[in-house]
Design a protein around this ligand. Structure first.
Ligand code: HDE
Length: 716
């Protein structure tokens, strides 16, 4: 998607970018300057108007340049500021993008938590959400195989609450102390800094083998979840176990869930690989465009709850982040909804400086003894200190919308001016006292703790394979195939035989057929025996096929309409209108970007359409679906154009819905080259393998065609 698509969509949809009228929006406005206000001129940072910001002050010698003068304050300031523009990128999750919106609670849960945000259904809580990949640097591609970060900051009336989650519900390790190891192993290797944003290398897989606890997570990371079609089509999970405390002081264990309204969808691997080269910003643009055009992404907010006292009732430890709480045992209760409706105004100050802390919770919410969570609670605050400095919570994007007041002072870049005689508590003025619990002061749950100080872990933490197998068993056949192929790809990139052979050995503890197929692909010994007895159990909510949207929709999907001179204008215009009416985004792809003329139109006449892109500039990988209208001359040209044939064939290979009418039906059959494909020679609409054709079309036929396309798997 090129920038032209962005402006294209902005033009097309005149709907204004919504701004939630929220305290956060107002707060942003108070610190926002607009370069387009029409009144500003360039000043120095200390406010002096400048008359020339192009030429450094120098000693002029006639009409020749002389030496530059160090005394030029404007020249020095401009270069100084530039030299210091960069701050360290996040040590993980460096690549990402963010948007703003609102959270609305539908069902109060006073029996579980006293948190205002979980009780007051009349509130609209502003949120900031940042999506990210984990391993790549800030400039890496969006569509790589990786876990996605899904971090939500709620600006609540009682302070900021952050759920710093992922799009996969489990994690590689159980104890935070192992985090540097898992990340070192996954990041580029230390000697040559290769590969970028990839888990397909020796060190990553060496780590996986050395840590049986990572098995469940690597199965997820090899699944379709790790190549999402869009941030808007991913789930989010808090992963760690938190707690909820009600007004009576009773405690429940909780896991948080986000479920997307649009369903959960992924690329196929070949598509993800190609897009990483064709458009490294694919996900970033997709989110931006959707919000810009008024198609606001939404997620349902759900909780899984286990009462205190029931925590030992399971065959896994509920504090182990490498385990899910199977939904059959602990159902999800959906209690709220989040919508993203505003793009940032400036990336650096609103996305790079957006900083999260798992330790940021509000009254009514607490931590469990999950050893991953407890370590995270230290790490996030610590990393913000090195990225942003001690006063990072004063930055506009991180500021709470409720009052902040205490006796913390000073530090680099402090800019709140706190007036008064005292900066400590207690003081003789009773100035800024703590809040009593009954008036909303945070109260820690009085947990009873007794034990022996030791570097150890609970017994149930030592079982690592049951859920890895359960996950694989729960996959649909095509999802299993994708996992096998993903492992085949990754291990093919490991050149250390010891590494890939040992992973195959590990796989034989999960599923023999999986291990055998991978072994055959990547080389080395093919295991003959299942190494661990299988339990054959499945669970709800693991296969992403379960997450189709409740009402199938083509809205926000990008559909390419392929044309050359002589195309059928009835089919072209009819389909374009039908797609727009259904909320899809039609793009005209021409044989060239200069005007293309319909059948019956003179070349150079006032008619014709100017395509959004041409065949070489934009590939079918960038679209969800392709439609080819008929028109004898247009089809003759497309058929002779290798790239056009490839366009359609590649879309077919990527399982996309393809539509064709009139002469294009035969062209699509030729391009897809599949003997089993059924085509229609009449006006009847035929769907076969997601290809929808009608050889003879009446304008009214487009609605029918579109309905068929909606039924195509790609859209569900
Ligand atoms: Fe993070 N993680 N993490 N992580 N994480 C960071 O904090 C860390 C873990 C996650 O969009 C860092 O601000 C430790 C699990 C997201 O800005 C850092 C451990 C999950 C983001 C850090 C984990 C996550 C981060 C780097 C093991 C899913 C991006 C920059 C105990 C539930 C947030 C930063 C954003 C970022 C530490 C494990 C999600 C270094 C020590 C599990 C989405 O603090």
């Amino acid at each position: 998607m090129a920038t032209s698509i962005l402006s294209n969509i902005a033009d097309r949809t005149k709907e204004a970018v919504a701004s939630t009228s929220s305290k956060k929006t107002a707060q942003f406005a108070s610190v926002t300057k607009d370069v387009h206000d029409g009144n500003s001129t360039i000043t120095s940072d200390y406010g002096v108007k400048q008359s020339n910001t192009d030429d450094w002050l120098k000693v002029a010698t006639g009409d020749k340049n002389g030496p530059l003068l160090l005394e030029d304050p404007f020249g020095r300031e401009k270069i100084h500021r530039f030299d210091h523009e960069r701050i360290p990128e996040r040590v993980v999750h460096a690549r990402g993008s963010a948007a703003f919106g609102k959270f609305k609670l539908h069902e109060a849960i006073p029996e579980l938590s006293s948190a205002g945000i979980l009780n007051d259904t009349s509130r609209e809580t502003p949120v900031a959400v940042r999506f990210s990949t984990v391993l790549g640097s800030r400039g890496s591609a969006d569509t790589v195989r990786d876990v996605r970060g899904f971090a939500v900051k709620f600006y609540t009336e009682e302070g900021n609450w952050d759920i710093v989650g992922n799009n996969i519900p489990v994690f590689f390790i159980q104890d935070a102390m192992k985090f540097p190891d898992v990340i070192h192993a996954g990041k580029p290797e230390p000697d040559n800094e290769i590969p970028q944003a990839q888990s397909a290398h020796n060190n990553f897989w060496d780590f996986q083998y050395m840590h049986p606890e990572a098995t469940h997570m690597f199965m997820w990371a090899m699944s379709d979840r790790a190549i999402p079609r869009s941030y808007r089509m991913m789930q989010g999970f808090g992963v760690n176990t938190f707690t909820l405390t009600n007004a009576k002081g009773e405690r429940h264990f909780v896991k948080f869930h986000w479920t997307p309204e649009l369903g959960v969808h992924s690329f196929v691997w070949d598509e993800a690989l190609k897009i990483a080269g064709q458009d490294p910003d694919f996900h970033r643009k997709d989110l931006w465009m959707a919000i810009d055009s008024g198609s606001y992404p939404k997620w349902k907010f759900g909780i899984q709850v286990i009462p205190e006292g029931k925590e030992d009732d399971f065959d896994f430890d509920i504090l182990d982040a490498t385990k899910v709480w199977p939904e059959d045992l602990v159902p999800i209760r959906y209690i709220g909804e989040m919508e993203l409706n505003r793009n940032p105004d400036e990336f650096f100050t609103q996305v790079e400086q957006l900083a999260f802390c798992t330790s940021h919770i509000v009254p009514g919410i607490g931590f469990s003894d999950d050893p991953l969570l407890q370590g995270r609670n230290f790490s996030y605050q610590d990393t913000q200190l090195s990225r942003l400095g001690i006063n990072w919570e004063e930055l506009p994007v991180n500021r709470p919308v409720c009052p902040v007041m205490n006796h913390n002072r000073d530090g680099a870049m402090r800019h709140t001016i706190t007036k008064g005689k005292v900066n400590y508590w207690p003081n003789r003025y009773q100035a800024v006292p703590p809040t009593k619990p009954e008036e909303g002061g945070y109260v820690d749950y009085a947990a009873k703790v007794a034990g022996i100080k030791a570097r150890t872990q609970s017994k149930k933490f030592r079982e690592h394979h049951n859920q890895a197998e359960m996950f694989f068993n729960s996959m649909a056949p095509h999802e299993k195939m994708h996992i096998i192929n993903a492992l085949g790809f990754e291990l093919d990139h490991c050149d250390d035989q010891g590494v890939y052979e040992r992973i195959v050995e590990r796989l034989s503890e999960i599923d023999l057929s999986l291990a055998q197929q991978v072994a055959d692909m990547v080389g080395g010994a093919v295991p003959e025996q299942q190494k661990r007895p299988k339990h054959n159990k499945k669970a709800k909510g693991l296969s992403q096929t379960e997450f189709a949207p409740s009402t199938p929709t083509i809205a926000t999907r990008m559909v390419a309409i392929l044309i050359a001179d002589g195309y059928d204008p009835v089919a072209y215009n009819g389909m374009k209108a039908a797609l727009s009416a259904a909320g899809a985004l039609p793009f005209t792809i021409g044989i060239r970007r200069n005007k293309v003329y319909a059948a019956g139109e003179e070349k150079g006449s006032s008619g014709g359409v100017t395509p959004d892109h041409h065949l070489e500039g934009m590939r079918s990988t960038m679209f969800d679906s392709v439609f080819v209208p008929g028109g004898a001359k247009s089809i003759e040209t497309l058929r002779k154009t290798g790239r056009a044939v490839h366009w359609v064939r590649e879309a077919f290979g990527h399982l996309k819905a393809i539509g064709a009418t009139g002469e294009a039906v035969e062209f699509v059959r030729f391009a897809c080259d599949l003997p089993g494909l059924e085509f229609s020679a009449s006006s009847a609409v035929v769907e076969s393998y997601g290809v929808v054709t009608a050889a003879q079309v009446e304008p009214h036929g487009f609605k029918e065609t579109l309905n068929m396309a909606k039924g195509a798997k790609d859209f569900l």
